[in-house]
Design a protein around this ligand. Structure first.
Ligand SMILES: *Cc1c(COP(=O)(O)O)cnc(C)c1O
Length: 450
């Protein structure tokens, strides 16, 4: 499959045909939006070019690395994986890094090696990908949901302490959508209550709080390199930490329980713990190294475009872009989220808004459904397995469901959230103006679009 290269030239051509003052570099504002017919009703879409396709790779450099691995005949974990780990630890500013098969198992392994499991409760946001929560239950612990701050889309630290019980062992701090959560507050609360902090940074590569990378605040940070992620390698994940003993255990666990330092793949090497096998291949690491080389520049572009787009969207009534916490010095923007308030759009439903924006050539989604309301929870609570390990009074699902209500998250998921995917933020500055213009056009035509 050939990688589709985003052609700026064709973009410029299309837009100069539309009569835009593109050469002047003057931002396009309120471009006759009123008089334009929404694309959903047969008008011209605001964006006519393709967005950068994903993943992006360079045929020369990236494919060379991969070929080298194939031709070496060394395909199982060896030097290339080690190189990736060294470089990722350095990029994040962590002492150690262990590559694993995916972000889900980075989380599973981290919780297991911190001995968080049966009997324990772990605090987590309901606004995340399922793997954050399943890693808790996979280890036998019970997730306790802390409602979100809808302005930031993150776990609201002000609501954490009310959820702490004698069973609470840890806070799983998720930097969801690539926006850092309020780590300073979370670390303070954790210290006060003697809780472990694990960071799910599976959407937050190179994001920073006060110039420190996320993933390095808690005991350990977990990353994903799945194909849709900002540093894609098909499948892949990593754990970072400064705790050597913990990282040695993680290594051993991911390699059948063999002692760390033994040759990869060695059989009967004096197994020290019950482990499993989660080793990354050399192919994946080769792709990861090639991707890592462009992550820094792409992250810069996403930050620049997100700041611009956010400043434009704030001016449109009923469009509320995410708020970053004050000490965030950089975000990853795996997604660009905003809240859509239909009251300001003549009661145009969010579904209809999303259809209208998509028709304008701008990919967008409504995003997550509430994770605290899905059948997996009740199924676990009523399973033979959970009944073996928990007394009946801790498996009262009705009571659990009530205690884990997160009304603000429900509203965010069911009514307001809209996401733009990360590749949109790799577009041009002009694209950001056009996205704002498209939303403005929908706003002005909301009545017609209903
Ligand atoms: C992608 C993701 C994971 C899981 O990573 P995989 O590599 O897909 O297993 C975990 N948490 C969050 C927040 C994610 O976005």
């Amino acid at each position: 499959m050939k990688n589709k290269i985003y052609s700026r030239r064709s973009f410029v051509k299309q837009n100069s045909l539309a009569g835009l003052a593109i050469t002047t570099g003057v931002p396009l504002v309120h471009l006759r939006s009123q008089s334009q017919q929404p694309a959903l009703l047969g008008g011209q879409p605001m964006i006519k070019h393709d967005w950068p396709s994903w993943p992006i790779w360079n045929q020369e450099t990236d494919e060379k690395r991969l070929l080298e691995v194939i031709r070496s005949g060394v395909w199982s974990r060896a030097k290339v994986v080690e190189e990736f780990e060294e470089k990722w630890a350095k990029a994040i500013g962590s002492k150690r890094c262990l590559a694993v098969i995916n972000g889900t198992n980075a989380l599973n392994t981290t919780l297991a090696q911190l001995e968080i499991g049966w009997g324990d409760e772990v605090l987590v946001t309901p606004y995340t990908f399922i793997a954050s929560v399943s890693s808790i239950m996979f280890n036998g612990a019970i997730p306790v949901f802390v409602d979100v701050d809808p302005e930031t889309f993150q776990m609201d630290p002000k609501k954490i302490e009310a959820k702490i019980t004698p069973h609470t062992r840890a806070i799983l701090a998720v930097h969801i959508l690539g926006l850092p959560c309020d780590m300073r507050s979370i670390m303070e609360i954790a210290a006060r209550h003697n809780l472990e902090v694990i960071e799910d940074a599976c959407q937050s590569w190179l994001a920073e709080i006060d110039h420190q990378k996320v993933g390095t605040f808690g005991h350990a940070g977990c990353f994903s390199f799945q194909n849709s992620k900002n540093i894609p390698m098909g499948e892949g994940g990593a754990i970072v930490s400064d705790d050597d003993a913990f990282m040695d255990r993680c290594f051993s666990f991911h390699n059948y329980g063999n002692p760390y330092g033994s040759m990869a793949g060695a059989v009967s090497a004096g197994t020290v713990m019950v482990g499993t096998k989660l080793r990354l291949t050399e192919y994946q690491a080769a792709i990861g190294l090639a991707q890592m080389a462009r992550l820094e520049d792409q992250t810069e572009i996403r930050n620049k475009n997100a700041n611009l787009l956010s400043s434009k969207l704030k001016q449109i009534p009923g469009i509320l872009p995410y708020r970053l916490y004050g000490n965030v010095t950089r975000a990853s923007y795996h997604l660009f989220p905003f809240r859509y308030q239909k009251q300001q759009f003549n009661d145009l439903s969010r579904d209809r808004f999303i259809a209208a924006l998509s028709a304008e050539g701008i990919p967008c989604y409504q995003g997550y459904s509430p994770l605290n309301k899905m059948p997996y929870l009740k199924n676990a609570f009523t399973s033979k397995f959970f009944k073996k390990f928990y007394p009946a009074n801790r498996l009262n699902y009705q009571k659990y469901a009530e205690e884990n209500e997160c009304p603000l998250n429900d509203h965010l998921c069911n009514e307001e959230a809209v996401w733009l995917p990360q590749n949109v933020l790799l577009g041009s500055e002009m694209d950001m103006h056009q996205i704002a213009n498209a939303i403005e056009k929908i706003h002005l035509n909301a009545e017609k679009l209903r």
